[in-house]
Write a protein that binds this ligand. Structure first.
Ligand code: ZN
Length: 213
């Protein structure tokens, strides 16, 4: 009995991800957010449409990601031949030139990881909305929480910008569909990372599945 009470007391506390101050959970009204008394960081928010927004945004993210990868990002005129290069080819060109380790890393960082992340988020929001497959939702959440610090979409985008600026002298940069899709993809990713960090998602998980066995 004592254990159960201890557990409940622990459940009523929430730890700040920034300064690790403990706060007591308080019920919020729609649109409100709880902030840390130590540093003012957002702890959780109350937004009844959060799952709908999350699903819509992760689906849009997937579409922009597909567009960013399907269309060329730049074209090079080499020996009178024009070559268009998209994001996936970047890793391939590195591989062809013998940079096996770097190409694998680049492929994971700029393709596999963002894709897996958005697929996982889409699945997560969908299943939470439907209140289905608690075990899968739990597994996905653990994975998202572990991979959260590895989400480097913003760094990736800045690197691409730097590379493009350097290439302007040699190649023609397409500021077309791929570029703007990439821009929107990174914007959505940053928005989701900022407004729905893992702690907020666990909060939603508790709310959707809390009483369910
Ligand atoms: Zn804090």
């Amino acid at each position: 009995m004592q254990d159960k009470n201890d557990q409940e007391e622990l459940d009523a506390l929430i730890i700040c991800p920034k300064c690790h101050t403990l706060s007591k959970r308080v019920p919020l009204s729609e649109g409100e957010r709880a902030v840390c008394k130590g540093c003012g960081a957002t702890l959780y928010r109350e937004d009844s449409l959060m799952l709908h927004k999350g699903l819509a945004l992760s689906l849009s993210g997937l579409i922009f990601f597909a567009l960013a990868n399907l269309f060329p990002l730049l074209s090079l005129r080499l020996l009178g031949k024009e070559e268009s290069i998209g994001i996936p080819q970047t890793a391939y060109i590195l591989f062809e030139n013998g940079f096996y380790f770097v190409s694998t890393f680049v492929f994971m960082l700029i393709f596999l990881f963002p894709l897996a992340l958005f697929l996982a988020q889409t699945l997560l929001f969908f299943l939470m909305l439907k209140r289905r497959a608690k075990a899968i939702v739990h597994f996905t959440l653990v994975w998202l929480s572990l991979s959260h610090p590895w989400n480097m979409a913003d760094i990736f985008f800045i690197s691409i910008l730097v590379a493009l600026v350097k290439l302007v002298g040699y190649a023609q940069v397409h500021l077309g569909i791929a570029f703007f899709s990439l821009l929107l993809f990174v914007a959505i990713d940053l928005y989701l990372t900022y407004t729905m960090p893992p702690m907020q998602l666990w909060e939603l998980y508790e709310k959707r599945f809390g009483a369910q066995q």
